[in-house]
Design a protein around this ligand. Structure first.
Ligand SMILES: [Zn+2]
Length: 352
């Protein structure tokens, strides 16, 4: 079936403290979710993406921008979004900083967020799993990604181009002032979410997942990091131990508690190749893990926002920050390959 191709621009605006301007959408799509402002390109008038971004900036934020105030940060194409249309989206970082919060509009209300605060926000799935991680990774440079959406809620992503910021390749530094966070009424520097090291530690988790695969276990690997060092490593061992609770996360948590000498793991980050299941999410909340970073999302059974969000359940006494979609393609390829091989053998793999 032929679908229309729609074009939009999104504006990545910041304030003088490096916080991102987001809008809580009052309309579908993305009702109730926080996303950058922007809107549809007027295809009938043939306006350019830059002209569209300047017009949207004026309408939504009151900023009077010229094309030179914009940096094309990324291009996202989405194939068959909700089965209704294909979308082509131009992502612009707005160079001038905002001094105050724009007033609410019919489209929604605005707020500024630090990257740390964004970890616990309700973001659209595509933003959470790909667009924000790539935006931070290539900020000042450029990336292009294509998404094939599926009716069951999972997305296949292809990163088609990714360029580092000119002259600062491989550096994580940014000219923006460091984000801050309010704690007990005191303004403190926010812990920066370093996506380069997220990539690195997820690489270790992926290496463990491959060991699980070699042992004919569902390929999921996990590491726990404290003060920049790995203190626990594990892979799924359900078959070997004949124990349905022997998921990578559970084994890693036990090791980490032994290493730290405490069951409280507030200053630890767990990296796991697949979104945690409800059992593991429960254990992560009980051990008060500070942040959970995962690769492949699991729309059927994931408990970190995929099927449910136990890691940030409002009535529980601890919530974990979540970073999703780190090296997701590699994690997903491992899982897909494993289950295809199992089907080939006529055996049914248990869920890892
Ligand atoms: Zn689990």
């Amino acid at each position: 079936m032929a679908l229309p191709y729609k074009i939009s621009t999104l504006l990545y605006c910041f304030d003088d403290r490096g916080r991102v301007l987001l809008m809580e959408r009052a309309k579908e799509p993305n009702l109730g979710q926080w996303s950058p402002c922007g809107g549809k390109l007027q295809t009938a008038t043939g306006e350019s993406p830059w002209a569209c971004a300047c017009r949207e900036a004026a309408e939504e934020t009151g900023l009077a921008l010229r094309a030179a105030d914009l940096h094309l940060a990324g291009i996202i194409s989405e194939h068959g979004y909700e089965g209704k249309a294909h979308w082509l989206m131009f992502l612009f970082e707005v160079k001038p900083q905002l001094r105050e919060l724009p007033p609410p509009s019919r489209e929604g209300r605005f707020a500024f967020f630090t990257p740390e605060e964004m970890a616990v926000l309700n973001l659209p799935q595509t933003d959470r799993e790909m667009i924000w991680p790539q935006f931070w990774r290539h900020r000042g440079g450029f990336f292009a990604a294509h998404c094939r959406t599926h009716p069951d809620g999972h997305n296949d992503w292809t990163l088609e181009q990714a360029d580092e910021e000119p002259n600062t390749a491989a550096e994580t530094t940014s000219s923006a002032p460091a984000p801050t966070v309010e704690r007990d009424g005191v303004t403190l520097p926010a812990p920066l979410i370093d996506l380069h090291s997220d990539d690195y530690f997820m690489g270790e988790a992926l290496r463990l997942a491959r060991r699980a695969e070699a042992a004919e276990e569902v390929p999921v690997g996990a590491v726990i990091v404290r003060e920049g060092r790995i203190i626990a490593r594990a892979f799924n061992q359900v078959e070997l131990l004949n124990d349905a609770t022997a998921h990578a996360e559970m084994l890693a948590l036990t090791q980490a508690q032994e290493t730290v000498g405490d069951w409280r793991l507030n200053d630890c980050t767990l990296f796991v190749t697949k979104e945690p299941c409800p059992m593991c999410a429960g254990a992560l909340v009980h051990t008060r893990v500070g942040r959970v970073v995962f690769g492949a999302s699991d729309p059927k059974a994931g408990a970190a926002g995929g099927a449910m969000n136990l890691l940030q359940f409002p009535t529980l006494n601890h919530r974990c920050a979540i970073t999703a979609g780190v090296r997701a393609e590699e994690a997903r390829a491992l899982l897909r390959g494993f289950f295809a091989a199992q089907r080939g053998k006529g055996t049914v793999g248990s869920d890892g």
